[in-house]
Design a protein around this ligand. Structure first.
Ligand code: FAD
Length: 511
């Protein structure tokens, strides 16, 4: 009996054991490539309604090809020990199989992310940042944070920590597209399934007949995860990565419990236009939540404005001119006075802050540039905090919003997710280097331990901020102002805050 017949017999055996519908049987080794769907490079495949790959499981199935899922794929594609892995990416987003075709002259998309210097450097390491730089993006080296009471403000400058930049604001579609372009540069063998995960079960690994040990040289013992998709396709994988966002189906199917709460706040986001270029990131805390004005390049800025759900609904449908008036009011004198740089520390309750610090013009309070026009639709997102109690079990691991969602007030959500993606790819690579099964729970728990501490610390800080700035109460207002002034006038504290917000792993004053 030649090997082909053996393979076919075993395939038939597997199919009959699993009671798969006969119409889906296909025993070819390679996943079928659809020319109609496969619009990317020749190393891309689009998963079809055949079960060709059931008997040749993937090393990794990435469920959710958003920014974080694609960062994982890109990082795997770039590392010597992981670039040969067979990877399936499951996501119905057509951008994955058809590309986005972004044009620089298109108006900016209101969905943007502030990426930290740590993320920028990870993107540079994998070769994705050069694609970001081909599209609209805006570095900023200054940030001003203040609140409506007029009691205090903080000004952050990149040069306080000897950096060129505090971060960069990039449209989400640009980040996503850059990761896709970066993968196109490699020989990475990925198969895209333009579908959604419906169910997932663990299957015993006596399906081993078709296991393609050439892909990674991995330990072939153990179970496989079987993934059933909404279009009727199924596939097998040694490791399933849930990068399918805050309502993660992978998390639910794997039985990971979560902790969290809704904030009873919605964020309204949109793009606005100025008559001058904005080069600073601004954030003002208002009684109902913060409003941020983030530079996005070409006289455009992005607004992320948190408020109660009823206000958000009303403001979404407000006439454009009235909405612009509301935005200018919220960013300027609305709800309370401007803080006065000159009076801080001149004999008032905060005078002790200004011990030996001279205020440069750069550190004085400024009013943000006026918004002249609404330049995009307004979108509303409910806000919540969610943390998965576990990120990893045998065969399954969570990254990005599937593992944690945070309040957007400090623009950290996707940065934490990118941190997860890069940590997981590195730990998988380290596992391969010492011959460990990539689905082995001990290996995956290493990832969990590393990322949980980083994510939980950030979540606690953001949640504390959210709570501290949601209450309008005299003594608390004074405490908040003290915190602003402490951050403004105590240089080591200021440096610690900037470097932590820039993506340094630990909060230096706590360590
Ligand atoms: C208003 C607002 C402003 C924000 N601003 C910032 C910021 O400035 N900086 C920052 O760092 N973060 C920010 N965030 C957070 C950031 O947007 C998220 O952290 C980020 O989008 C998470 O990316 P992700 O890839 O993990 O998940 P998602 O972006 O949710 O992607 C999940 C993907 O999984 C796919 N999917 C879902 N279900 C399935 C399924 N069953 N099968 C297959 N595929 C599936 C989806 O199609 C999607 O492509 C902000 C969030 C909000 C709401």
């Amino acid at each position: 009996m030649n090997s082909l017949i053996i393979r076919r017999k075993l395939a038939e055996h597997i199919i009959s054991r699993l009671k798969f519908p006969q119409r889906t049987l296909c025993t070819d080794a390679a996943p079928k490539v659809s020319s109609s769907h496969s619009v990317q490079s020749s190393n891309d495949h689009v998963g079809q309604q055949s079960f060709r790959n059931e008997v040749h499981p993937y090393d990794i199935a990435i469920v959710g090809g958003g920014m974080v899922g694609m960062a994982l794929a890109c990082s795997l594609a770039r590392m010597p020990l992981t670039k040969h892995l067979k990877v399936a990416i499951i996501d119905s987003n057509p951008a994955l199989s058809k590309g986005l075709g972004i044009k620089k002259e298109d108006p900016p998309d209101p969905r943007v992310s502030t990426v930290t210097p740590a993320t920028i450097s990870l993107f540079k390491d994998i070769g994705a940042w050069k694609y970001v730089e081909q599209h609209r993006h805006a570095y900023f080296d200054q940030m001003q944070v203040w609140d409506y009471t007029g009691l205090g403000y903080t000004k952050y400058n990149a040069r306080d920590v000897h950096k060129d930049t505090l971060g960069c604001v990039v449209e989400n579609k640009v980040l996503h597209n850059s990761l896709l372009s970066c993968i196109q540069d490699t020989d990475f063998q990925k198969t895209i399934y333009p579908s959604r995960l419906s169910s997932m079960t663990l299957q015993p690994r006596n399906l081993s007949m078709g296991v393609d040990s050439t892909s990674s040289g991995l330990n072939e013992r153990g179970n496989l995860a079987k993934l059933d998709l909404s279009d009727g396709n199924s596939l097998y994988a040694k490791l399933v990565v849930g990068s399918d966002g805050s309502k993660s189906r992978v998390r639910e199917l794997a039985g990971f419990k979560t902790t969290g709460w809704n904030y009873s706040q919605n964020a309204i986001i949109c793009t606005v236009e100025h008559s001058v270029e904005n080069r600073c990131a601004w954030q003002r805390f208002l009684p109902a939540g913060p409003i941020a004005l983030l530079p996005i390049g070409d006289n455009f800025s992005n607004i992320v404005w948190t408020m109660n759900p009823k206000e958000a609904t009303d403001r979404k449908s407000l006439a454009e001119d009235d909405f612009v008036k509301d935005v200018n009011y919220a960013l300027d004198y609305g709800f309370g006075p401007h803080p006065k740089s000159s009076t801080l520390g001149s004999g008032g309750i905060f005078s002790w802050f200004k011990t030996d610090v001279n205020l440069s013009p750069d550190e004085c309070f400024r009013v943000p540039p006026k918004v002249v026009k609404l330049a995009s639709e307004r979108m509303v997102f409910p806000l919540s905090l969610m943390h998965a109690n576990d990120y990893a079990s045998k065969h399954v691991v969570l990254i990005g919003d599937a593992a944690h969602t945070v309040h957007p007030l400090a623009g950290q959500g996707v940065n934490l997710g990118f941190g997860d993606a890069f940590a997981l790819s590195r730990i998988i690579s380290e596992g391969i280097a010492v011959g460990t099964d990539i689905a082995e729970v001990l290996l995956l728990k290493k990832y969990e331990a590393e990322r949980k501490s980083a994510n939980v610390t950030m979540m606690a800080i953001l949640d504390g901020f959210q709570k501290a700035y949601s209450v309008d109460f005299g003594p608390l207002n004074i405490l908040r102002a003290a915190a602003f002034n402490g951050a403004q006038y105590i240089p080591p504290l200021k440096r610690s805050i900037i470097s932590y917000a820039s993506g340094d792993q630990r909060f230096p004053i706590f360590s």
